[in-house]
Design a protein around this ligand. Structure first.
Ligand SMILES: NC(=O)c1ccc[n+]([C@@H]2O[C@H](COP(=O)([O-])OP(=O)(O)OC[C@H]3O[C@@H](n4cnc5c(N)ncnc54)[C@H](O)[C@@H]3O)[C@@H](O)[C@H]2O)c1
Length: 254
């Protein structure tokens, strides 16, 4: 028996990065996984790679901000797997500009993807979870929803609100045995972050210095926490947002 035998999971923004690492981890523990992403071709490739390992995986394209794309995704889940047990709201975007330079349209795009979409997907999953009296929602937040930083105000505000949404939904659904938790990753070495570092746009040495553990996180470390959160071992855990950040948010010294 693996930990997630028979569970049906949907991870948004999962063609690559943290979403893919969580999908792979869930699948390795026996879950069926639907990989949702804006980039359908990449999502298909990632799902095919899981199927090649003998896992059960589907791919769906579309934006998390589109209600019709979301409905198509849930319709497929209902049709093929008869419902859902785990939703990970993972898709997220940033806009790295100072507040005075940030057009409202960029602010709204970040809010749409990082906050409004997770609410819309949570509601659709929550209806099913509450009716079946079981389910796990995991919201991927950020250390920037806990600490504040210059030049990423929309990202920080959206993730802070997502942390509060996690607690609100946990309160509403706890009585139906539905757990709602979040992960606040610190800087995690995805392919994307590596490209930004290699292009010289992020100084990796200063990230290492600022992190008590002296290094970046790995996608697998985020996936391990996601697996723990949705596992039976965490059956009394709800309303929590766990920072997986090498000590970043615990550090207040100079
Ligand atoms: N990597 C980090 O260091 C880090 C740190 C803290 C929080 N996070 C959060 O983790 C999550 C995943 O980050 P990542 O680093 O893996 O990002 P990433 O950019 O590598 O991957 C994000 C995926 O989301 C997809 N996506 C983007 N917009 C979408 C949309 N509108 N609809 C559907 N899919 C969409 C992209 O195509 C991509 O495949 C995000 O919410 C991010 O804010 C990441």
């Amino acid at each position: 028996m693996t930990m997630l035998d028979g569970q049906r999971a949907l991870v948004t923004g999962a063609a690559r990065g943290l979403g893919l690492a969580m999908s792979e981890r869930f699948a390795a523990e026996g879950a069926r996984v639907l990989i949702q992403d804006l980039d359908l071709a990449e999502a298909e490739k990632s799902a095919a790679a899981l199927r090649a390992k003998g896992r059960d995986a589907l791919a769906m394209g579309g934006s998390v901000t589109s209600e019709s794309d979301m409905r198509a995704c849930f319709a497929r889940l209902d049709r093929e797997w008869g419902g859902l047990d785990i939703l990970v709201n993972n898709a997220g975007v940033s806009a790295n500009k100072s507040a005075l330079d940030l057009p409202l349209v960029d602010w709204s795009r970040v809010m749409d993807v990082n906050l409004n979409a997770p609410f819309m997907w949570a509601k659709e999953a929550g209806k099913r979870f509450v009716a079946q009296k079981s389910g796990n929602l995991v919201n991927i937040c950020s250390i920037w929803g806990i600490d504040a930083a210059p030049d990423r105000i929309a990202y920080c505000v959206s993730k802070a609100a997502l942390i509060q949404m996690t607690k609100c939904l946990a309160n509403e659904w706890a009585g139906s045995n539905v757990r709602v938790n979040g992960i606040a990753p610190g800087y995690t070495e995805t392919k994307m972050l590596r490209e930004v570092i290699d292009a010289g746009r992020v100084d990796v040495q200063s990230l290492h210095r600022r992190t008590p553990m002296g290094r970046l996180g790995t996608p697998e470390e985020i996936a391990d926490m996601a697996l723990y959160i949705v596992s039976p071992g965490a059956s009394f855990l709800t309303g929590q947002v766990i920072a997986v950040d090498g000590g970043w948010t615990a550090y207040g010294f100079y």
